[in-house]
Design a protein. Structure first.
Length: 378
């Protein structure tokens, strides 16, 4: 399933440095449309689930894109994990589980397997690196660079040596105190097709939450089938996706304020239809500590739903009470936005896909996008 804003835990050895570098967008030595390279690494690292175990890492890389399959070196045909990065989205497959993350933050974007001294990727991996001399790895001529220890965001790191292929900039070897990775086979000019770097979740691994539209993009609001509806009953999220529709997601104060802008433009929430996904965060510490509103009991849940229903009784559009901390709408409103109290407006098109989204601040600056969309969908 998609996990926006969630850091994926990667079961990798030495090449983890390529997947955890921080900074701006990845830059590598090979152009994005350049020759693809197929390389097999052997790697070992300390700590984590794979600590001390020799791994085989089978990689196809082209520009900043790559597809990497990780296995135990003793059973190379049994893939433990596959990671695909297409430059914008990362796909992680582990056994029967698959997850996909879009809009990856800059600090979590993978670095290319291709590095050139002086480019941004090299400076993140090996800042202040010094050239040591030539070396041959996997039959390829390369250059060794010594990299001093540097702060990797979690305190000082460790010094290392990397060897880069002279012809392509491909990482051939990386040696540090806690990890070692070395290329054992390199095949330049590897064949690739549209599936090589595809980050779509394989159809066999898709659950309800991985439903896609006609373009292969994940449908929103699929984490659950329904949420309690204010006033009684259930709000079916399939009905919300039966667009065109507008969804307001947030806490009571932010939702109320946004509806003041949205309802007059949609004939009171009827054209297009307007829905609310309300996160019922209590307004004070005293209320939060009230055992009568505890979700741990059926009675507490009933009282909370009754309380919220009373608060929104004058709202003229369907209100779904997302009592699980915004879980139903988590693919449309990030955890950071939830914590900041940001209200979000989302447009759903006729296919059930997300057409666009904007925050309360963006809507306050301009209603042009909302007005244009309403005009074209009524």
């Amino acid at each position: 399933m998609d996990r926006p804003g969630t850091r994926m835990t990667l079961l990798l050895g030495g090449t983890a440095l390529l997947l955890s570098a921080c900074g701006a967008h990845p830059v590598g030595g090979a152009p994005a449309d350049g020759e693809a390279v197929h390389v097999r690494y052997e790697a070992v690292s300390e700590g984590g689930e794979s600590g001390g175990l020799l791994q085989s890492q089978d990689v196809i890389a082209q520009g900043e894109r790559f597809r990497m399959s990780v296995s135990d070196a003793t059973t190379p045909d049994e893939v433990l994990q596959t990671v695909v990065w297409d430059g914008e989205t990362i796909l992680l497959i582990e056994g029967e589980d698959a997850s996909r993350q879009q809009d990856v933050p800059d600090e979590e974007r993978p670095t290319s397997f291709f590095l050139r001294a002086g480019d941004a990727a090299f400076d993140r991996i090996c800042p202040g690196g010094t050239r040591e001399g030539p070396a041959e790895v996997a039959g390829r001529q390369g250059t060794v660079w010594s990299c001093p220890a540097h702060d990797e965001g979690e305190g000082p790191g460790e010094s290392s040596q990397i060897t880069l292929d002279d012809a392509t900039g491909l990482l051939l070897r990386s040696v540090a105190g806690s990890s070692h990775v070395v290329a054992v086979e390199v095949d330049a000019g590897a064949a690739v097709d549209e599936s090589t770097f595809s980050t779509d979740i394989p159809s066999a691994l898709r659950g309800r939450e991985d439903a896609v539209d006609g373009s292969g993009n994940p449908l929103p609001l699929t984490a659950t089938d329904s949420v309690p509806r204010a006033g009684g009953g259930e709000l079916l999220l399939a009905d919300v996706r039966h667009g065109p529709s507008l969804v307001v997601i947030g806490e009571l104060a932010g939702v109320t304020a946004m509806l003041e802008t949205v309802l007059p433009r949609t004939h009171g929430g009827t054209a297009p239809r307007v829905y609310v996904l309300l996160n019922p965060i209590t307004a004070s510490e005293e209320e939060a500590a009230d055992p009568d509103l505890s979700l741990a009991t059926e009675e507490g849940t009933r009282k909370l739903l009754a309380k919220v229903s009373e608060q929104v009784r004058d709202v003229p559009v369907p209100v779904g009470i997302d009592i699980k901390g915004g879980a139903a709408g988590e693919d449309l409103r990030s955890f950071e936005e939830l914590m900041a109290g940001t209200t979000v407006l989302v447009a759903i098109d006729e296919s059930g896909a997300r057409a666009w989204r904007m925050t309360d601040d963006e809507l306050a600056r301009s209603t042009d996008r909302l007005d244009a969309w309403v005009a074209s969908n009524t």
